[in-house]
Design a protein around this ligand. Structure first.
Ligand code: PLP
Length: 444
């Protein structure tokens, strides 16, 4: 008997009457997998409870932020205390300073400015890069998502076109004609574009390790190559760590490659984990670049709720609790789920590739690319979405809530204990068989 979804379905119907698609961010609508999105009534630790009373092991974790799990007692207590002191003043506060200090201590940035979303962070970083360099062009990679910034909602032009075209209606061609879109992990494409336009490029922006086309790690040395290429041409290297920051390691992706290889990005964007489940994000970087920002410098940027005391308290408490032991646990949980998923899909004969960076991972329902890995957006797009949809729904029925899209990272938390992990492991074999059946139907 499938799980009853009456309350979720009723709320979804009401939501669709007043909100486009019934959701406030598109992927939540289940369009990629079909069916009724589960409306969540509460969450604790590794578990979600929906409005029909069903429990799920959460492998979305709010799309990354919930590093410690839901309703962590110490985060909850800190937030309650903060709320009792008022929720927003529009003046500077102590938690902002302490969170900024924590971020500067963990990452390569020397100065940091808070905003309320990752979108705002990348939008502001690009404005600052343009203001600092006095140049207009921006280079990005296909499949990297940086929030819904007009200039970055760009697709590679067809054929020989160098400059990008709008990736969505509503973005004027004039917003993307200064954007260049390249295939990820492709050094030759980067060299070519810098050889042709290097003196006009303000910045290259990349996900530090892409997670928004599934997890597609940079090939060894790729980020260093990007940093060096930017430096040679006087462009800024903007590393988007909104997803990877404080998630893949204590120091984000930079802790996994930049620190060991000895290079630094000029600007970095953060979000997700640093807000501890509240709307907080940031951009930061070299002191001389950040010095150009108002009120020290001429590049304008502002925000009514930027550095909000509740959000920064939640983020600060989360980061202080995110110890080496937490990251070791996340690794253990991720490794266990990765291995079991691969084993179950293999046993069912479902082509798949598991890829990871630090504690972040995803499963592609596809054969590997020509060189045995999914290394760019073209490879990622060969995913069998129908097989994933069948897998997703079988997992959901068994009490595991995966991201409702084949192109997303799976997120775990410090609260994913043996019981939660065992629930995932128990659900995998039947879900793998459901995926195999759907894949068969697709090829038949
Ligand atoms: C989520 C994300 C963003 C956008 O953050 P929002 O808070 O959703 O605006 C930007 N960049 C990356 C890499 C992300 O994963």
């Amino acid at each position: 008997m499938p799980r009853e979804t009456r309350e979720s379905a009723a709320l979804f119907e009401r939501a669709r009457a007043v909100t486009p698609g019934g959701v406030n961010s598109p992927v939540r609508a289940f369009n990629a997998v079909g069916g009724t999105p589960r409306f969540i009534a509460s969450a604790r630790g590794a578990w979600l409870t929906d409005v029909d009373g069903h429990e799920y092991v959460d492998l979305i974790c709010s799309w990354g932020p919930m590093l410690l799990g839901h309703a962590h007692p110490e985060v909850e207590a800190a937030v309650r205390e903060a709320i009792a002191r008022g929720t927003s003043y529009g003046t500077p506060t102590r938690p902002e300073v302490e969170l900024a200090e924590e971020i500067v201590a963990r990452t390569p940035v020397e100065r940091v400015r808070f905003v309320s979303s990752g979108t705002e962070a990348t939008m502001s970083a690009i404005r600052l890069a343009r203001g600092f360099t006095g140049r207009d062009l921006v280079v990005k990679f296909a499949g990297c998502y940086h929030g819904h910034v007009d200039a970055l909602l760009a697709s590679a032009g067809s054929g020989l076109a160098t400059f990008a075209v709008p990736g969505t209606p509503g973005v004027p061609a004039s917003s993307t004609e200064l954007t260049l879109v390249l295939p990820y992990n492709d050094r030759a494409a980067v060299e070519k574009v810098f050889a042709e336009h290097g003196d006009r490029i303000a910045c290259l922006v990349t996900e530090a390790s892409p997670g928004n086309m599934g997890v597609v790690p940079p090939e060894p040395g790729f980020n260093r190559f990007l940093a060096e290429t930017c430096r040679q041409h006087g462009a800024l290297f903007v590393s988007d760590e909104v997803m990877t920051g404080f998630r893949v390691s204590r120091e984000g992706q930079w802790g996994l490659d930049g620190k060991t290889e000895g290079w630094r990005p000029d600007l970095v964007t953060f979000g997700k984990v640093m807000g501890g489940g509240f709307p907080a994000a940031a951009f930061g970087g070299r002191a001389d670049v950040m010095h150009q920002l108002a009120p020290e410098g001429p590049v304008y940027q502002a925000g009514t709720l930027s550095g909000n005391p509740i959000a920064t308290t939640a983020g600060l408490t989360t980061l202080r609790l995110a110890t080496d032991a937490v990251y070791a646990h996340l690794h253990h949980v991720a490794d266990t789920i990765k291995a079991a998923t691969s084993e179950a899909l293999g046993a069912a004969g479902v082509p798949h590739v598991v890829q990871a960076t630090g504690t972040m991972f995803s499963v592609f329902f596809t054969d590997a690319g020509p060189d045995g890995a999914v290394r760019d957006f073209d490879d990622a797009q060969r995913t069998d979405s129908a097989a994933y949809a069948a897998f997703f729904h079988a997992m959901l029925e068994a009490g595991v809530h995966l991201p409702p899209s084949a192109y997303e990272a799976w997120f775990v938390s410090a609260a994913h204990d043996d019981r939660a992990v065992q629930t995932v492991l128990d659900a995998l074999p039947a879900a793998a068989r459901a995926a195999a059946a759907a894949a068969q139907e697709g090829t038949a």
